[in-house]
Write a protein that binds this ligand. Structure first.
Ligand code: KG4
Ligand code: ZN
Length: 346
C-alpha cells in the first residue's frame, strides 16, 4: 500500500510517500518521496520555537509541499496526533482529514514518539526505487527516547505496546542542551552547537578545570532531571564573568559528558532489571556523536543489537510517521483530536 505521512508537531513541516508490502512474514518498503521543510531559521530570532509562527508556516507550506509529491494513488494517510505543540499538530490533522475525505481513504493518528521508535528500522531517508527489507525487531526491547520535548525509557513489548519505565522530571535532554547553549550565547537549536564546541575541546585536549553535576545518577529509580545541570551552568557562567573561548568549550564538553553519563547509567539500570532483546535509541538528540558512541559501546557491553536512526532520520520527519501508520495496518479513527501531551501508553 502507499501511505502519505504528515508531521507538523513542532518546527518541521514534513510530508512523505511510503510504499510497503508484506513479504516472507516481514515488511518491505520503498521511499517514494520524503520532504522536510525546516522553520529553524525563522524561529531562531525568538531563541526557540514560536508556536503561532509555526502554525502559520505549517498552514502555508502543507499544500505547497503536497503539490511537490509525485502523483500517485494514496491508500491511507498517517498524521502526527501528538505529543507536540497543539496548534501546530492541528494544522497537519486538519490537512490530513480534508485530504482523507477528498480521496476517500483512512486517516490514521500516530504518536510522534512511536515514530521515533520505528524510524530506527529504516536504513536511510532518501527515495529509492527497489524495495528494501524493514529491519526486524525482537521484543521486548528497551527504547531510550531523547528529544527536545521528551526523555523517556520505554519497554517495547510490540508495536503499539509500550510501558514507560522512566522519564525526566523536568527538562528534556534536548531542552537542557538548548537552554545551556542559550546561556552561553549560542544560537538555537543549541544541541548541535554545544556538541561542536565539546568536540573541539576533546580534539584540542583542553584540561579539565570545570565540573558539572550528574543529576540523579545514583537515585534508585530510572527517572531523569536535567534542570539542575542547566542551573549549574548558569552559576558557573556568573562566576566566570569574562568567559574565554576555551572555557566555553570546556563547559560544553563537561555538559555533554554529564548528560551522556546519566543517560548511560539509567539505561544500564533498566537493562539490569529485565531481559531485553534489543536496544533502541530515538529522537533528535541521538544526532550527537558522543552520545551515539556511548550507546554503541553499551550495546556491545550488553551484547544487544542496537537500533539507531540513519542520518536524515534523527530529527523530525514524516517518513517515521508513514511507517508507523503502515505498521498499524490502516486502522482509521475519524474523530481524533490533537493531543499535546499524548503518551505512548495511551
Ligand atoms: O526529535 P527532535 O528533532 O524534535 C523533537 O521532537 O523535540 O529533537 C530536537 C532536539 C533539540 O533540542 C536539539 O537541540 C537536539 O534535538 N539535538 C541535539 C543534537 N542535534 C539535535 N542535541 C545534542 N547534540 C546534537 N548533535
Ligand atoms: Zn521528535
Amino acid at each position: 500500500m502507499i501511505i502519505l505521512g504528515i508531521e507538523t508537531s513542532c518546527d518541521e513541516t514534513a510530508l512523505c510517500l511510503l510504499e510497503t508490502r508484506e513479504k516472507d512474514g516481514g515488511m518491505e518498503y520503498r521511499i517514494l518521496a520524503n520532504i522536510v521543510n525546516s522553520q529553524i531559521d525563522l524561529h531562531r530570532g525568538y531563541g526557540g520555537v514560536f508556536p503561532a509562527l509555526a502554525k502559520r508556516e505549517h498552514t502555508k507550506n502543507l499544500p505547497i509541499l503536497y503539490k511537490q509529491l509525485p502523483e500517485m494513488k494514496i491508500d491511507a494517510i498517517a498524521v502526527t496526533q501528538g505529543p507536540g505543540l497543539e496548534i501546530a499538530l492541528w494544522t497537519g490533522i486538519v490537512f490530513a482529514k480534508e485530504l482523507g475525505e477528498k480521496l476517500q481513504v483512512p486517516v490514521i493518528p500516530i504518536n510522534h514518539m512511536e515514530g521515533h521508535i520505528v524510524s530506527t528500522l529504516l536504513s536511510g531517508s532518501e527515495p529509492h526505487s527497489d524495495f528494501e527489507k524493514l529491519r526486524h525487531l525482537q521484543f521486548p526491547s528497551l527504547a531510550i527516547l531523547i528529544s527536545g520535548g521528551h526523555t523517556e525509557i520505554v519497554k517495547v513489548d510490540g508495536i503499539g505496546k509500550y510501558k514507560i519505565l522512566g522519564r525526566t522530571l523536568d527538562d528534556a535532554v534536548g531542552e537542557a542542551f538548548d537552554k545551556a547553549a542559550r546561556m552561553m550565547g549560542l544560537p538555537y537549536p543549541g544541541g548541535p552547537e554545544v556538541s561542536k564546541l565539546a568536540e573541539q575541546a576533546r580534539a584540542e585536549a583542553l584540561s579539565k578545570t570545570i565540573t558539572l553535576p550528574r543529576p540523579m545518577i545514583h537515585s534508585k529509580d530510572i527517572n531523569f532531571s536535567f534542570s539542575g545541570l542547566k542551573t549549574a551552568v548558569l552559576y558557573l557562567l556568573k562566576e566566570l564573568v569574562n568567559i574565554t573561548d576555551n572555557q566555553k568549550k570546556e563547559i560544553c564538553r563537561e555538559f555533554e559528558d554529564a548528560v551522556t553519563e546519566v543517560l548511560i547509567s539509567k539505561t544500564k539500570e533498566a537493562l539490569d532489571e529485565n531481559e531485553y532483546s534489543a536496544l533502541i535509541i530515538g529522537g533528535g538528540v541521538i544526532a550527537n556523536k558522543h552520545i551515539r558512541q556511548a550507546f554503541e559501546n553499551l550495546a556491545q557491553e550488553y551484547n544487544l543489537p542496537l537500533y539507531l536512526p540513519a542520518s536524515g532520520l534523527t530529527g523530525d520527519n514524516a517518513l517515521m510517521i508513514a511507517l508507523a501508520g503502515a505498521m498499524k495496518k490502516g486502522s482509521s479513527e475519524p474523530d481524533f483530536k490533537a493531543i499535546g501531551n499524548l503518551s505512548l501508553e495511551n
